[in-house]
Design a protein around this ligand. Structure first.
Ligand code: SF4
Ligand code: MG
Length: 327
């Protein structure tokens, strides 16, 4: 399979009076055509900022992509001028967010909002765009599409609005859909329906999906390939089955242990002791060392690099140094 997007040495920093936060720190990954890659980690680990960097949504002076390359379909997105990037965004790469309300215009009818990218990117006539918008509303499983097209966002439920966001995002048949916690705000039943819908579009259109989540249930359900981030860095990645069956990094193991099990009471859940380090106080070390039960002397003074440990699985942890040097 070909790489659709190839991210190399991406670093994105945010600046405040107290200093620079390395929100994304030298991150490398690929998404192949037709694949679902899940980026997982706790909040603040850099997963959303990675998505924003790809979309060109990190803006100075607050934040900046300080280095790296984001090759999409053979072109470096970071080198493109604003207009070219705008024409790719929403057309070839689309994004949906956790809160559909924040991306929709409250005073514009649903139908008009679905028509907008069709008019801009696909240069459809108003009539064509209206017909297509109605089709799209049907396609995301909403009945009475004409009526919905003529309503305003506040008249619809959260689950319906997320379906509308999906309709907008797939309207121009993007090659890549970036979905940032798309189901986090929804109840479990609606969540499952939205995920089914995304998978269905992926299968029928060969679209790739980069799915950002903190929910391992969603990962297990959706991912082909998983990337685990911690404090701005990738700490482990691999094929979903391999990663769930044989997690290598102590952080991934902790995440998998803390995954809620149906019918198990809340008190019995494992949660990783300690907290994510203050991003302003990171020092040369494994950033997970304060929380790791396997921490060794070297972990406190030297940062482990991401290394292949077989079966396409990669891990950044000193425990595997031996496996690495003797592989
Ligand atoms: Fe734990 Fe050391 Fe591995 Fe970090 S490098 S996860 S501290 S064993
Ligand atoms: Mg986020």
């Amino acid at each position: 399979m070909d790489n659709l997007i190839k991210v190399d040495h991406l670093s994105t920093y945010f600046y405040s009076d107290e200093g620079a936060v390395k929100a994304v720190d030298d991150v490398n990954f690929r998404v192949k055509a037709g694949e679902i890659v899940c980026i997982v980690g706790e909040s603040g680990c850099g997963k959303s900022v990675t998505a924003m960097s790809i979309m060109g949504l990190v803006e100075e002076p607050g934040g900046k992509v300080v280095s790296g390359k984001i090759e999409f379909d053979g072109e470096d997105l970071l080198q493109l001028d604003k207009n070219t990037l705008r024409s790719i965004r929403g057309n070839e790469i689309a994004m949906i967010f956790q809160e559909p309300m924040s991306s929709l215009n409250p005073v514009m009818k649903i139908g008009e909002q679905i028509m907008e990218p069709l008019l801009i990117h696909l240069k459809m006539s108003k009539k064509e765009a209206r017909t297509r918008a109605i089709e799209l509303i049907k396609q995301v499983g909403i009945s009475r599409p004409e009526e919905i097209a003529d309503s305003y966002p506040h008249e619809l439920s959260g689950g319906m609005l997320q379906r509308i966001m999906i309709a907008i995002s797939i309207s121009c048949k993007p090659k890549l859909l970036i979905a940032d916690e798309p189901t986090t705000a929804l109840d479990v039943t609606i969540q499952a329906q939205i995920l089914d819908l995304l998978r269905e579009f992926k299968e029928t259109s060969n679209m790739s999906i980069m799915l950002i989540t903190h929910d391992l249930g969603v990962v297990a359900e959706m991912a082909d390939y998983v990337i685990v981030m911690y404090s701005g860095k990738i700490v482990e990645e691999g094929e979903v089955v391999e990663l769930f069956e044989r997690p290598k990094h102590p952080y991934t193991r902790g995440l998998l242990k803390s995954k809620p099990i149906i019918n198990q009471r809340q008190e019995e859940l494992y949660s990783i002791p300690g907290q994510v380090p203050n991003p302003l106080e990171l020092q040369e070390s494994c950033y997970f060392h304060d929380r790791c039960e396997h921490c060794m002397a070297i972990c406190q003074t030297k940062q482990p690099q991401l290394q292949e440990v077989g079966n396409q699985q990669k891990v950044a942890c000193w425990l595997y140094e031996e496996a690495v040097t003797h592989a």
